[in-house]
Ligand binder design. Sequence first.
Ligand code: HEC
Length: 132
Amino acid sequence: MLQGRGAALAAPVIGAAAAAAMGLSLAGAILAQEALDVDDPWYPLPEGEGVMEVYYACNACHSLRTVTNVRYSRRVWDELLDWMVEEQGMPEFRDEEERQMVLDYLATHLSPDAEGEPTRASPGLPAPRASW
Ligand code: HEC
């Protein structure tokens, strides 16, 4: 009997703790997104030179959040661009200049020390591989 009552009492307490934890991570997600303007035509990409090239090159197969979710060094972005072309079927860049523009944008605005937080806010997901 006592065990049953204990369990019944414990449930709302655990519920409240879970709700508090969710509230915290939700607050984190909202804060992270406040820095970005949803009315911005390039949302969720931060403003910057090359944003248009990145927008069109990177949104064909996955959300742009797949891109803004991570923070990588220039070297990793450089490798990732080759990987997108060689393994994921991304069309080749028109020329070296366009590739360079995309790489400069990514290495500047989505580098490990860029301003703002990655859009990924779910605590269960792996951390961005920033140190590669
Ligand atoms: C032709 C389709 C295609 C295009 C275009 C494309 N991607 Fe991807 N991308 C993929 C696929 C498929 C995956 C998932 C690969 C996997 O996880 O096995 C992926 C995954 C990713 C990831 C997550 C994986 C990681 O290592 O962090 C990032 C970041 C990424 N792409 C960035 C980009 C960027 C930047 C561009 C534009 C320059 C781009 N993608 C364009 C197909 C594409």
